[in-house]
Design a protein around this ligand. Structure first.
Ligand SMILES: Cc1cc2nc3c(=O)[nH]c(=O)nc-3n(C[C@H](O)[C@H](O)[C@H](O)COP(=O)(O)OP(=O)(O)OC[C@H]3O[C@@H](n4cnc5c(N)ncnc54)[C@H](O)[C@@H]3O)c2cc1C
Length: 284
């Protein structure tokens, strides 16, 4: 969505910019936490995809059934679309991230028990109880669970996926091994020096989309400077009671990411509310 909108703004109108999406609306994921706690109704955090058309982006609604990166061709609900450039940003079909010590302290300070290195075996059908592979168990009133996730099937079958199970790209340009084909966001795995991939976060997807759009515009029009994704980003960490923290830094720093966790305060919560409003207004 970000790449399509930026491309549309920067390219002469004779170039078509087509966005393919199976859902009718886009949800602002960071606000899903507020949806869960009842402080946002669903309609307040989602917008119809068709609103992107006001900027001249062609929105095609349908399921992408096949991707042929060699031909820069996709099949959407039986219809074949071919482009000069193809950006694959299909997200994930849902790996738990390691949480830093600072996050751990925040969680434990609120009386929430943290159990690293526990793999869920099953959620008992008969009652609200979790079983772990190591024999440990826990009961719950509300379960918010992040199941293991992987690249969508259509991407796994496209030849774009590397040994990691995710799309391999150049960490600065998001180019795949196919000419004119880029991938960004949750569907890519960018290995970091510390042995883990770049976290899957909208802030990175957004920055990557900007880079890809600028480089495609440059390749078509010859205008602008080469853009490069530098691994910088930050994310609000909602802690409840009207407060949030902020984790921000350079994830490409070596040997380990340089990330600073700003402790929770009301100002970060309001900054997130403002960010939500600006995001929904800017893109829709
Ligand atoms: C609860 C929650 C809270 C989050 N909070 C934050 C936060 O505070 N900050 C942050 O930076 N990140 C946050 N994230 C992560 C962020 O939402 C993702 O990293 C980001 O959305 C990834 O963008 P993407 O474009 O790669 O994938 P997505 O946003 O998942 O978009 C992929 C799109 O592709 C479509 N699609 C997939 N397969 C097909 C197909 N075959 N045919 C047609 N369409 C298809 C999907 O419908 C989807 O709309 C949060 C995520 C969740 C779940």
């Amino acid at each position: 969505m970000v790449a399509a909108t930026e491309l549309r703004k920067a390219l002469p109108t004779r170039h078509r910019v087509v966005l393919v999406e199976r859902e009718s609306s886009s949800v602002f994921a960071p606000s899903l936490l507020w949806l869960m706690t009842g402080s946002r109704p669903a309609e307040q955090i989602s917008r119809p995809m068709t609103r992107l058309e006001k900027n001249g982006v062609e929105v095609v609604r349908g399921e992408i059934e096949r991707i042929d990166p060699g031909k820069r061709e996709i099949v959407v609900s039986g219809r074949t679309l071919t482009g000069d450039y193809l950006i694959v940003a299909l997200g994930a079909e849902l790996a738990p991230e390691a949480v830093s010590q600072a996050v751990r302290q925040m969680v434990e300070a609120k009386g929430i028990a943290y159990h690293p290195e526990h793999q869920i075996q099953e959620v008992a059908g008969s009652g609200p109880r979790l079983k772990c592979m190591n024999g440990a168990g826990a009961s719950f009133d509300l379960l918010a669970y992040v199941p293991a996730h992987r690249a969508p099937k259509v991407v796994r079958e496209s030849g774009l996926v590397g040994a990691s199970g995710w799309v391999s790209v150049d960490r600065h340009t998001l180019e795949t091994q196919y000419d004119g084909v880029y991938a960004l966001g949750d569907v890519v795995a960018i290995p970091l020096k510390l042995g883990k991939p770049l976290p899957k976060a909208g802030v990175f997807a957004h920055a990557e989309a900007d880079v890809v759009a600028r480089n495609i515009v440059r390749s078509i029009t010859g205008k602008g400077k080469p853009a490069s994704f530098d691994g910088a980003g930050g994310c609000f960490i909602e802690t409840g009671d009207g407060k949030a923290g902020l984790g921000k830094g350079n994830f490409y720093a070596e040997p380990v990411p340089e990330v600073k966790i700003h402790p929770p305060g009301r100002h970060w919560h309001f900054a997130k509310v403002l960010f939500e409003k600006r995001w929904l207004k800017r893109w829709f």
